[in-house]
Design a protein around this ligand. Structure first.
Ligand SMILES: [Zn+2]
Length: 76
């Protein structure tokens, strides 16, 4: 019986690019019902379980998720 050789651990990556959203209660409609309104602020943030955090940036300045993934993790 031989001892198995443990493989080295490697970091997992779970990259997410999230839109920042704000909301407010809208005015009453003709039925008196008030709906929640939501809109994008135009800011986005990219975070990964490995610790990557770009901070909030303007949507137009965020690099594509595929590019971010490839850049910070060669295993993705
Ligand atoms: Zn990562």
């Amino acid at each position: 019986m031989t001892d198995s050789i443990a493989e080295p651990w490697s970091m997992d990556h779970r990259l997410h690019v999230l839109n920042q959203i704000e909301s407010r209660l809208g005015p009453a409609d003709t039925e008196g019902v008030r709906w929640m309104e939501r809109r994008l602020t135009g800011k986005v943030i990219a975070v990964c379980s490995c610790g990557l955090n770009t901070g909030l940036v303007d949507r137009g300045q965020m690099r594509p998720a595929e590019e971010l993934a490839a850049e910070h993790s060669p295993s993705l």
